[in-house]
Write a protein that binds this ligand. Structure first.
Ligand code: FAD
Ligand code: SF4
Length: 464
């Protein structure tokens, strides 16, 4: 009980604010073993119940204690195909670590850091072994989208002996893991390695393939697929609808981050895509997307990066670690502030934001206290680049081209708890169903849907 939670070494803030290299370095084997010793090996395993894909946490931690790092990696991969990703970006503090017994009288076991260590060790030592696959069922499944949900369902179905093809609109697989989350938080080589593992299981990838354009969902069935899993995410940006929002220099976080991550804009001119190099950058929003945008902007050498958020620090939805890193890197936070208008110069480029001060009222539907504008409190802040990071909604292409696939008023596909939709043979999960959520929730939905797709394919229902 005396061993404290082991910190993870990381790049010093003043150094990393000038590069895109990964911030934390990860544990070395001795530190990982020391941290693993803190686990009490609880019989009831509350941490496993806190994990949407039910990683066998005490079991893998025990293997780390014993120095069996490769075996620990295999244990995790029984239920999680993306451990190096999850070890880096999962909000463990709200999941497995939140319910860890050690947290009751101190600090939880650093489950995420251990998961990351094990996955990195396995990859770096080239000991990735293909698990046993069930004999072929002869059934074909199409998966729309290669984000965490599509990748998870594909891995599970391939293991069960199905022939899986992923159709991905972009030229690289990974969804938000490649186009949204920056290199300094999740190196793209790690996503590639985890996707390669799925390819080893026989999963096929059709890139640059937009379902709804090249083929519809109905075409997929006509072309011989027996089931379809839609995991197309929530990639369309929400705007504020304020006067002046069309001025030059105002970007959605999606565009800004896609330019930087997927198109490698941060390496311009080595890569073709230029990045907006503002001097006074303002980011609107308080979630992970806002933090990623602000921290990306910070690395492009501006005078100042400021986050404007309409509630207080307590309500910030981003992961604690991201907020902490953003502050260390010198990003300023202005709370209880909301934009009301964007002001342009004679060249129709943004030069300032007119804002209003807010106060907090009673809790709203989200359970957080509602921000209320304070009359006559308007003021201006200078900005030559504005990044709008206030949310996302689903791209309507699939629903527009599949009229018998029910969606709600926000365009999210309606699916039951097992991922089934009202359309025969069509399943859905991840952000396209829940709205913008987390990597592990999207993976959990993929895991559940794989079971239900397997049941469907193995029953008489799929032949009718
Ligand atoms: P996505 O990851 O969105 O993948 C959907 C894929 O479908 C995309 O590749 C898209 O190109 C493809 N697609 C869409 N339409 C079509 C079509 N018609 N045909 C073919 N392909 C199509 N979560 C965390 O847990 N931790 C974090 O730190 C975190 N940070 C985030 C940072 C950013 C910037 C963003 C945007 C999100 C972040 N999230 C984070 C949320 C998390 O990434 C998402 O909840 C998760 O990726 C959803 O997975 P998904 O598989 O449902 O969809
Ligand atoms: Fe170990 Fe915490 Fe899980 Fe108990 S709850 S088994 S201490 S990780």
């Amino acid at each position: 009980m005396k061993i404290p939670r082991q910190p993870m070494p990381e790049q010093p803030p003043e150094e990393r604010a000038n590069n895109f290299l990964e911030v934390p370095y990860g544990y070395d084997p001795l530190t990982a073993q020391l941290e693993a010793e803190r686990c009490l090996q609880c019989k009831k395993k509350p941490c496993v119940m806190g994990c949407p894909v039910e990683v066998q946490i005490p079991e893998f931690i025990k293997l780390v204690c014993e120095g069996e790092f490769i075996e620990a990696g295999r244990k995790i991969k029984e239920t999680n195909f993306l451990p190096a990703v999850c070890g880096r970006v999962c909000p463990q503090e709200d999941q497995c670590e939140l319910v860890c017994v050690r947290a009751k009288k101190g600090e939880s076991v650093a489950i995420g850091r251990l998961e990351r260590f094990v996955a990195d060790y396995e990859r770096e030592h080239g000991e990735i072994v293909k698990p046993e696959l069930a004999p072929s069922t002869g059934k074909k499944v199409a998966v729309v989208g290669s984000g965490p949900s599509g990748l998870t369902v594909s891995g599970d179905l391939a293991k069960l002996g199905h022939d899986v093809t992923i159709f991905e609109a972009l030229h690289k697989p990974g969804g938000v893991l490649v186009y949204g989350i920056p290199e300094f938080r999740l190196p793209k080589s790690i996503v590639e390695a985890e996707v390669d593992y799925l390819k080893k299981l026989g999963v096929k990838l059709e890139l640059n393939s937009i379902i709804g354009r090249i083929e519809t969902i109905d075409d997929l069935f006509e072309n011989g697929f027996d089931a379809v899993y839609v995991a197309s995410g929530a990639g369309a940006p929400v705007f504020l609808g304020l006067p002046g929002e069309n001025l030059g220099g105002i970007f959605s976080a999606n565009e800004y981050l896609t330019r930087s991550n997927l198109m490698k804009g941060y390496l311009y001119p080595r890569y073709d895509t230029p990045m907006p190099m503002g001097r006074k950058v303002i980011v609107l929003g308080g979630g992970n997307v806002a933090m990623d945008s602000a921290r990306t902007a910070r690395r492009l050498n501006p005078e100042k990066v400021t986050i404007l958020y309409r509630r207080t620090e307590k309500e910030l939805p981003a992961r604690i670690e991201e907020i902490h890193h953003a502050k260390e890197e010198g990003i300023e936070f202005h709370y209880l502030t909301s934009p009301v208008e964007f002001i342009g110069n004679e060249k129709k480029m943004v030069r300032a934001i007119r804002c209003i001060k807010m106060r907090l009222g009673e809790p709203d539907d989200s359970g957080r206290r509602r921000p209320i504008p304070i009359p006559d409190s308007e003021f201006e802040v200078e900005a030559d680049t504005v990044i709008v990071a206030i949310g996302n909604y689903p791209n309507p292409l699939i629903s527009d081209t599949t009229p018998d696939l029910p969606v709600n008023k926000w365009g999210n596909i309606l699916a039951d708890e097992s991922g089934r939709t009202a359309k025969k043979g069509v399943f859905a999960g991840g952000d396209i169903v829940t709205g913008a959520a987390t990597v592990i929730q999207a993976m959990g939905a993929g895991r559940i849907a794989a079971k239900s797709i397997h049941e469907y394919l193995m029953s008489d229902e799929s032949n009718k």
